[in-house]
Design a protein around this ligand. Structure first.
Ligand code: PLP
Length: 425
């Protein structure tokens, strides 16, 4: 193959490190919740690029923000300030509890910043009692370095964030791992009460666990975490990389759970498909990161921030919330009807435009087969683990597209069940 020929799906396996096993078609164009492949076949997108395409494909506001900035300036690095980064940070601070913002390029990097900030904050405010010679490094020693995280959580793939995440399979083969991290059962406040101590610098939690299957934290759990963190002077970090950017309805999930974190991380839907991550915190906590304490060449890139600002205005518009609520109810009603017909799910969890459909035990381990079957019926869906199907469509998906998506989903499920019953004969 020369670089001039049309790339094929088979060529992907020839040139890529085999960390992914993508589906059988290559999308080349998208509009709203529709996507077209190389052959011009149209697909209905209920996957949203894993909760990233928050305002759908090729939204005019995103295109306008991108193309306008593209003709101005793309990148200056952080040796200089740039206008879109300042404007985006200002807007994020207006819309949230945040008073200071650190920009990164992904969710993992936003979390890496949050976790490093929590450790640094402990060093600044709870330094280890001095024993030896007074070195500059000694200023940054603390016994308050422990991080509490939760089983099945997901926080990214850098070595630190993957270790903080609560899924052991993702750290296999990467030892030695960062130390001082404890994983506890999700939604189990007693377990946290038993472990959280003066040595804890932070608790990191997803208000709704995404990769684990769209599992919401209870309000009592989040409130309890806030109280325990306050009691022990630990920071509470909400990883809203997947639950944020309007996914559950409000701009960020914390806004409706009665708890304000100390640090919040965002990515995915924030850029609507353009890579960007952000860590939000208070002015007081931000001060623990002095000049040079952390950084990123591309973090705060002008082009990325301009796009995210355009996307954010759409996400923050009341009409987006109205559509999310209406389409959420429509999808839940449709999924419930499908389940009444086929009895394929043990649980249907929904939060805004985000659904986890947990398969009955007979289908455990086979979630990916449903993705493949959906692809056959021109529908894009996701898995969360091996037992749960996940939907995370555009927050602007239309009523008509939900109807079409549900129809195709039903057909795909019916064919899965029919294939199985034929095989059993
Ligand atoms: N945190 C959560 C809750 C996520 O769902 C993800 C990705 O799925 C991440 C962090 C990592 O984000 P990224 O893949 O952009 O590094």
């Amino acid at each position: 193959m020369t670089s001039q020929t049309t790339p094929t799906r088979a060529a992907f396996d020839d040139v890529m490190v085999p960390t992914y096993a993508p589906g059988g078609f290559i999308p080349v164009r998208g509009k709203g919740s529709r996507v077209w492949d190389q052959a011009g076949r149209e697909y209905l997108d209920l996957a949203g690029g894993i909760a990233v395409s928050s305002i759908g494909h090729a939204h005019p506001a995103a295109i306008n923000a991108l193309t306008t900035q593209a003709g101005k300036i793309w990148h200056v690095a952080n040796v200089l300030a740039n206008e879109p980064a300042i404007l985006l940070a200002q807007r994020l601070c207006e819309l949230t509890f945040g008073e200071r913002v650190f920009f990164a390029n992904s969710g993992a990097e936003a979390n890496e910043a949050a976790l490093k900030l929590a450790r640094r904050h402990a060093c600044v405010h709870h330094p280890r009692a001095h024993s030896g010679t007074n070195t500059a490094a000694g200023t940054y020693e603390s016994d308050k370095f422990e991080i509490i995280s939760f089983n099945d959580s997901f926080h990214g793939r850098t070595l630190f964030t993957v270790t903080v995440g609560g899924q052991a399979k993702y750290t296999e083969g990467y030892a030695p791992l960062p130390q001082g991290i404890t994983h506890l059962p999700f939604n189990d406040l007693d377990a946290v009460r038993a472990h959280l101590s003066a040595n804890t610098c932070a608790v990191i939690v997803e208000p709704v666990q995404g990769e684990a299957g769209v599992l919401p934290a209870t309000r009592e759990f989040l409130k309890g975490l806030r109280e325990l963190c306050d009691q022990h002077q630990a920071l509470l970090i909400f990883d809203e990389v997947q639950s944020g950017a309007g996914r559950t309805g409000p701009l960020f999930a914390y806004m409706e759970c009665g708890v304000v974190p100390d640090i919040l991380t965002s990515a995915k839907g924030l850029g609507g498909g353009f890579p960007i991550g952000a860590m939000l915190t208070t002015e007081h906590i931000a001060r623990s990161f002095g000049v040079g304490a952390h950084g990123s060449t591309f973090g705060g890139n002008a082009l990325a921030c301009a796009v995210a600002l355009g996307v954010l205005e759409v996400l923050a518009a009341p009409a987006t919330r109205v559509n999310t609520t209406a389409r959420s109810a429509q999808l839940m009603a449709g999924l419930t009807a499908i389940n009444q017909q086929h009895k394929i799910f043990t649980a249907l969890r929904g939060s805004g435009l985000w659904f986890g459909c947990e398969l009955i035990p007979a289908w455990h381990g086979r979630a990916k087969e449903f993705v493949k079957m959906s692809e056959k019926h021109a529908l894009m869906i996701l898995v969360a683990g091996v037992d749960t199907l996940r939907l995370a469509p555009s927050l602007l998906i239309t009523e008509e597209d939900v109807v079409i998506g549900l129809q195709r989903f039903e057909v795909a499920i019916a064919e899965m069940l029919a294939t199985e019953s034929v095989a059993a004969k």
